[in-house]
Structures are given as structure tokens and as C-alpha cells.
Design a protein around this ligand. Structure first.
Ligand SMILES: [Zn+2]
Length: 285
């Protein structure tokens, strides 16, 4: 699933390409991917321009500058692929090798811009969505999200207060989008490994030192993942040859049965909070 670093990366890449270009045409190939009436959706977008692109957790918000906003959520397997004559920029889901031949059977929504460049919304499992909302609806939706770990208000004091109000285990806590927005399975496991804390630990029995370390680890892992452009395969044909490079820094995610880089014991995988969870039971306490 694309998480905060992947969405942040594709958001930044797309901002450089699609802003202030008139949308000439919308090709809706799978109706259910759009959560509005299709004719309303097209009417709002055709002839409009994206004015700004922002992110709330894993949700992308395209401002149309007329009081309307396009929301895109990539969910499990969504990908956004921009193509013009010179390059392809792709981001989102990282596990599926997608086809260069676009559109293909996974391309459910296509934006065609005035310069003939195109933005494809591909989604293998079709959990992702696009939706037009107005300012009030957007504010309501934003309120459902917890604090962004990159927000300057996400301080240690704030984090300590978040933990106070909660029960349950740490893995579930980190995955809960209404507490902290943007973390998913990959980064939750990597953060807990970095902090040397086991994912099944109760949030109520952390020491002051562990809370501080966990807070630091959240920011450290997320910022490093963004620096390396997440685990997307960003930009296949970019002249700069950039791609999502964080894969090589993963230390527990998909490392089960391999040796821990810190203590050389075997990385385990069990279900915690309903999700496959990897950890080292020796150096995580
Ligand atoms: Zn270890």
C-alpha cells in the first residue's frame, strides 16, 4: 500500500508537471472508481486546471481554484502515472510491475491535458477512488485524519498526549489514521524496529525513554523514506534516472526468516492488529 512517503513523492513529482495545465478531456473507463455522478465529475474537471496539490495522510488533494477539489486515494494498489513525450512519472503502489502500454485494463481514469500529456489512475484491486468535493466537505474529511508526522505540531509533548488517551497495542496505534495520518504496514514495522520496541507492546506501558525514542523514530524513518523517494518505482524513463530507493533501507519489512541486521537473530513474522508484522524478538523489547 502506498504510504506517506510514496504519496508525498508522487505529489511532488506531479506538481512539477500537471499544475496550471487545462484539462481537455476525462476518460472514465471504470465508473465505480469515481465517487460522484460521472457527468458531474467530468463537468467540474473538463476545462479546469489543477492549481495546487497537497496531501493529507495518504489522501491527495488537487485544488481546482474554484472552490472545488479533486481527491484521489490510492488505497491498496493504486498508481498514478503521468506521461508526456519525454518521460513517464509513476508513483503509488510498488509491488506490481505495471505495463508501459497505457491505458491498459487497470487504467480506470485518464486525464488528458491541453499539451496532450496524460495522467493515468491505475488500480489493480480497485479499492482506490477519485472524488470531487467542495470546501466544506474537504474540511470535514480533513478532520477525520490525525496529525501528520511531518507537521511541526507533532512534538514529543503532543505525541505523549496522544498515547495517554489510548489502549491496545503499538502496531494498531501506528496504523490508526485518525491518530497519526499516513503510516501503513511497511513504515509501522520499520519505525518499531528503529525504536527497538515490539509491535505487540501495549501503548499504556511504555517508559518515558521509549516514548521519546518512538517519537524520534517516526520522524526519522518517514523523513529518510521521503529523501529516498519512498519505495515507489518512481520515474522509469526520467532523464535523471530517479527511482524510489528506500527498498534497500528496509530492515524488517519482508525480511522474515532473514537475519536481523542489528543482532543477527532471525526476523519473525506474526499477525498483530490483523496485519502481517515483522520484528526481531531479541533486539526489540
Ligand atoms: Zn535484532
Amino acid at each position: 500500500m502506498p504510504e506517506l512517503p510514496e504519496v508525498e513523492t508522487i505529489k511532488n513529482d506531479l506538481s512539477a508537471e500537471i499544475l496550471h495545465k487545462k484539462i481537455l478531456f476525462i476518460e472514465l473507463r471504470l465508473k465505480k472508481i469515481v465517487k460522484n455522478d460521472p457527468s458531474f465529475f467530468k463537468k467540474v474537471l473538463i476545462g479546469a486546471k489543477f492549481r495546487a496539490l497537497e496531501r493529507c495522510g495518504k489522501l491527495m488533494i488537487f485544488s481546482l481554484g474554484n472552490g472545488q477539489f479533486l481527491l484521489i486515494h490510492l488505497k491498496m494498489t493504486g498508481q498514478l502515472i503521468f506521461r508526456n513525450k519525454k518521460q513517464v512519472i509513476a508513483g503509488g503502489h510498488s509491488d506490481t510491475v505495471f505495463n508501459f502500454d497505457l491505458p491498459n485494463k487497470y487504467s480506470h481514469l485518464v486525464f488528458v491535458f491541453e499539451d496532450k500529456s496524460k495522467l493515468f489512475f491505475n488500480d489493480l484491486r480497485q479499492f482506490g477512488y477519485a472524488r470531487i468535493v467542495d470546501k466544506n466537505q474537504l474540511e470535514q474529511i480533513k478532520q477525520r485524519f490525525g496529525m501528520d508526522p511531518l507537521d511541526s505540531r507533532f512534538t514529543l509533548k503532543y505525541f505523549r498526549n496522544l498515547l495517554k488517551k489510548r489502549t491496545g497495542n503499538l502496531k494498531a496505534f501506528l496504523l490508526n489514521q485518525s491518530i497519526i495520518a499516513g503510516l501503513g504496514n511497511i513504515y509501522a514495522d520499520e519505525i518499531l524496529f528503529e525504536a527497538k520496541i515490539l509491535p505487540m507492546r501495549k501503548v499504556t506501558n511504555l517508559t518515558i525513554g521509549e516514548i521519546s525514542l518512538l517519537h524520534k523514530s517516526i520522524r526519522k524513518i518517514i523523513m529518510k523514506a521521503i529523501k529516498y523517494r519512498g519505495t515507489t518505482f518512481n520515474t522509469y524513463v526520467d532523464s535523471a534516472g530517479r527511482r524510489g530507493d528506500f527498498l534497500k533501507f528496509l530492515r524488517v519489512y519482508k525480511k522474515e526468516k532473514k537475519l536481523c541486521q542489528r543482532c543477527a537473530h532471525v526476523i519473525k513474522k506474526i499477525k498483530v492488529a490483523g496485519r502481517g508484522t515483522r520484528f526481531c524478538e531479541y533486539c526489540q523489547k
